[in-house]
Write a protein that binds this ligand. Structure first.
Ligand code: SF4
Length: 238
């Protein structure tokens, strides 16, 4: 544990230098817009969501407006994201709950956020960290992959990763760490071809399950996903 915390502090300092920006990937003017954005972003890109939100909120500016909107009209406005019918239902019902139970204010407590349809722990942590400045470990696919490779956790499911890291990462560092690791996962420690040779975190990374670009070209075994594909093993089987 001691060794892990020491490596974390080095990693954190480097990430601070590399990624000054810790802002949300979803553009929003008000908390409720971010809430709708995170519901829409599941299995869709932030870019798609950022294209949808302005028009949606010009048409339905408040939670009350969205709660009372015809379902078909919401579907039409969000149809460019995956699972748009289900998401349209979820944002309409979420709008109703926010309007009726919290008088239009996005709730802050984890247990309240989890009552909203389409909001899981990841989305709830985005809201809590971004809007309310609360400690938040945000485990999406990028974050989970990178922290496992770094050897900062042994856990494999999002909830266990969150619980593990939240138990020892200082509260004030959790949200900025989440946002910076996410950016690092998109830019450098990518799923199939992590750029370990140019990665500044390399001296403090255990590189669990990783074969880097250079090694792969020299005939390495491939990373986690490549190895699994070759063996016919599913991620859940590990
Ligand atoms: S050294 Fe490689 S595995 Fe470790 S964080 Fe950097 S890119 Fe990812």
């Amino acid at each position: 544990m001691h060794e892990r915390r020491e490596r974390f502090e080095h990693i954190y300092r480097i990430l601070e230098e590399e990624y000054a920006d810790t802002s949300s990937f979803i553009s929003f003017a008000e908390p409720f817009q971010l809430l709708v954005g995170v519901i829409l972003s599941a299995q869709s890109t932030d870019r798609q969501v950022n294209l949808i939100l302005p028009e949606l909120f010009v048409r339905f500016p408040t939670p009350k407006d969205l709660a009372e909107a015809p379902a078909e009209e919401i579907e039409t406005l969000v149809r460019s994201v995956g699972f748009f019918r289900m998401k349209a239902r979820n944002i309409k019902e979420t709008a109703r709950l926010v309007h009726e139970r919290w008088r239009g204010r996005v709730p802050e407590r984890m247990e309240d956020l989890l009552l909203l349809p389409g909001v899981g722990r990841k989305s709830a942590n985005v809201i809590r960290g971004t809007i309310y400045g609360r400690p938040a470990i945000i485990v999406d696919t990028h974050f989970g992959r990178v922290v496992r490779r770094l050897g900062l956790t042994e856990e494999r499911t999002p909830e266990r990763i969150e619980r593990d890291l939240a138990s020892w990462i200082p509260p004030g560092k959790q949200y900025p760490f989440s946002m910076r690791i996410n950016r690092h996962g998109r830019a450098v420690c990518t799923a199939r071809r992590p750029a370990c040779e140019s990665c500044r975190l390399a001296p403090f990374c255990l590189r669990r399950g990783v074969v880097s670009r250079g090694e792969e070209e020299r005939g390495g075994l491939g990373d986690d996903s490549t190895t699994r594909a070759r063996s016919g093993e599913s991620p859940g089987a590990r």
